[in-house]
Design a binder for this molecule. Structure first.
Ligand SMILES: N#Cc1c(N)n[nH]c1-c1ccc2c(Cl)cn(Cc3cccnc3)c2c1
Length: 250
């Protein structure tokens, strides 16, 4: 997968050099190109914004720098052999970014991110590129950020971990809270490791008893308990028959 990111804060994307995404890049699973939007400005102040038509607070990001930057990134990508680009636009007014979105984006060969600032990008930029590729406007949650770069880091990690060969078996995303299966839609339950007792607190006996069926049921019950407490809305998606079937297996 190729990723292009156009931003006025290229240094904000430095975390894409480390940890899981950094490993995916080192293994050749991910090819990341960060472009400084100001490279496509030609005035003394490298201006990328202007006042909004119709008045109102804040500033709007101008068409020309984005158009030239995206045309350049797209040309570079095609020249490098990439194909079928998808534009991903972080915005507070976007569709919710979910695990399903991550799965869908992980299937794409080329993502182009346009994290912006101020009040957003002139609408005509997204309209222009929607004539050439799918455009996904996404929000990473119901809270307000100052710009889209943090969203790119979140989306990139959620997508990269789904790419073949990025997660080792030990870290498999097979048991993700939001992945299909009996624990689908349930939050993770509590986890424990050595020592068996820490400051007088012992690990639950069921986890050290060696009975895999009892461990599986305990973990399922703890996940249900945690989901009921923190995300009761997720329980509506659960199928009790699935639990009964799993119970019969245990
Ligand atoms: N994704 C996501 C997301 C989220 N969940 N919260 N905020 C954002 C986000 C994404 C992109 C931008 C751009 Cl461009 C400018 N801002 C600041 C802003 C905030 C409120 C209203 N207008 C602009 C962004 C906020």
């Amino acid at each position: 997968m190729r990723l292009d990111v156009v931003t006025i804060f290229p240094e904000y994307l430095e975390p894409l050099d480390v940890s899981l995404v950094g490993k995916a890049r080192a293994r050749g699973r991910l090819d990341v190109h960060v472009h400084d939007l100001r490279r496509w400005t030609y005035d003394r102040h490298n201006t990328v914004d202007d006042t909004p038509y119709g008045g109102g607070p804040g500033m709007v990001m101008k068409t020309d720098p984005w158009g030239e930057a995206l045309d350049s990134a797209i040309a570079d990508g095609y020249e490098a052999g990439a194909h079928d680009p998808v534009l991903v636009v972080p915005t507070p007014s976007g569709r919710p970014f979910t695990q399903q979105t991550a799965v869908a984006l992980a299937r794409q060969p080329w993502l182009i991110f346009t994290p912006a600032r101020y009040e957003g990008i002139d609408r005509r930029v997204m309209d222009e590129y929607a004539t050439r590729m799918p455009v996904h406007e996404v929000s990473i949650g119901d809270y307000v950020l100052a710009g889209g770069e943090a969203a790119v880091l979140v989306i990139t990690e959620a997508v990269a971990r789904l790419l073949p060969g990025v997660l080792g078996n030990a870290e498999s995303h097979r048991d993700d809270s939001f992945a299909p299966g009996a624990m689908a839609n349930l939050l993770e339950g509590p986890v424990y490791t050595k020592p068996p007792v820490w400051r007088g607190r012992a690990v639950p006996e069921v986890l050290t008893g060696g009975h895999h069926g009892k461990v599986a049921r305990w973990r399922r019950d703890e996940a249900l308990r945690r989901t009921a407490a923190h995300r009761p809305d997720l329980l509506e998606r659960c199928d009790p028959a699935e639990f009964d079937r799993k119970d019969r297996e245990i």
